[in-house]
Design a protein around this ligand. Structure first.
Ligand code: ATR
Length: 271
């Protein structure tokens, strides 16, 4: 039976095994999907050994998403642009094909959760400039967002993304992150602020408009303090769990031959 899994360190918190095993059961497919805890120094040996053990592919999560590119024989354009991969497929001839579906998952989640949002209609505002922000910037630019307002506590990281991804990005100082939200048609929190166990979300929301779509990549808790505050203003909100579920779709389809649904049953299965 075809095997796949998720490679990370740590890995016990990953929801991917629940997600893929739920889909395997739902569609009555032969296959297995397991969590693989792999240290950085074992990454290459482990990945090279997987095809021989019957693995047809794997997801990759922190901290290996960037370093795994060095092992790949073919890297998709979107993975190259993002500078990281989350989905590997092992070809029969031994070649490793690396893709990044995070940006796809981000957009698919919004299309499902906020169907009224038109990417081309106006600016997006992003809080944070880490690895998650990179995938989202690439996805938003690809979807035709005319302007990306980007604010990060450590401003040089936002400047570096502007230098890399171009003039469509406007860097806004972290102290101006609140006023920045006034012009946005969509606001995305990519920082860890508001996550269970992390610091509280304290960007002022006085300028946030009720027509703005608001999303958070944090999904523990599912309804973050940021999403709750945005709902109180009247904003349409989309939680971050859907991004995780949708990013799994292309890999599952490639490995197991069936394009899976992301719906309420899928959400229930991983919670
Ligand atoms: P990820 O890959 O999930 O984006 P990351 O690369 O560690 O994770 O990025 C975390 C983001 O959260 C960064 O934008 C970080 O800001 P800095 O670049 O200034 O570190 C942001 N972040 C984390 N804690 C924060 C805090 N207390 N206040 C503001 N931003 C914070």
């Amino acid at each position: 039976i075809p095997k796949a899994g998720v490679i990370g360190n740590p890995i016990s918190h990953s929801l991917s095994p629940k997600l893929h095993n739920y889909w395997l059961r739902r569609y009555d497919l032969a296959g297995s999907y397991t969590a693989l805890q792999v240290a950085e120094e074992d990454l290459e040996t482990t990945i090279r050994s997987l095809p021989g053990q019957g693995f047809i592919g794997a997801n990759v999560t922190l901290p290996h998403k960037v370093s795994v590119l060095q092992l790949a024989d073919h890297i998709t354009d979107r993975a190259t642009l993002i500078g990281a991969a989350n989905t590997l497929t092992f070809k029969e001839d031994g070649r490793i094909f690396a893709d990044n579906t995070d940006g796809y998952g981000f957009i698919a989640n919004l299309k499902q959760g906020a169907p009224g949002w038109n990417p081309k209609s106006g600016p997006a505002a992003i809080l944070g400039a880490g690895g998650a922000a990179r995938a989202i910037i690439v996805a938003l630019a690809d979807a035709g967002v005319p302007e990306i307002l980007l604010s990060n506590r450590t401003r040089p990281k936002a400047e570096a993304l502007r230098a890399e991804f171009g003039a469509r990005i406007k860097v806004v100082d972290w102290v101006q992150a609140g006023p920045m939200l006034a012009d946005a048609h969509i606001v995305i929190n990519t920082t860890s602020l508001g996550m269970k166990g992390a610091q509280e979300f304290k960007v002022p929301l006085d300028d946030l408009q009720s027509q703005t779509v608001v999303t958070d990549i944090v999904y523990t808790p599912l309804r973050t303090p940021f999403l709750i505050a945005a709902e109180a203003i009247g904003c349409k909100t989309v939680d971050g769990l859907g991004m995780l579920l949708h990013q799994g779709v292309p890999g599952f389809e490639r490995w197991f031959g069936m394009r899976p649904e992301v719906d309420d049953n899928t959400r229930q299965a991983v919670l």
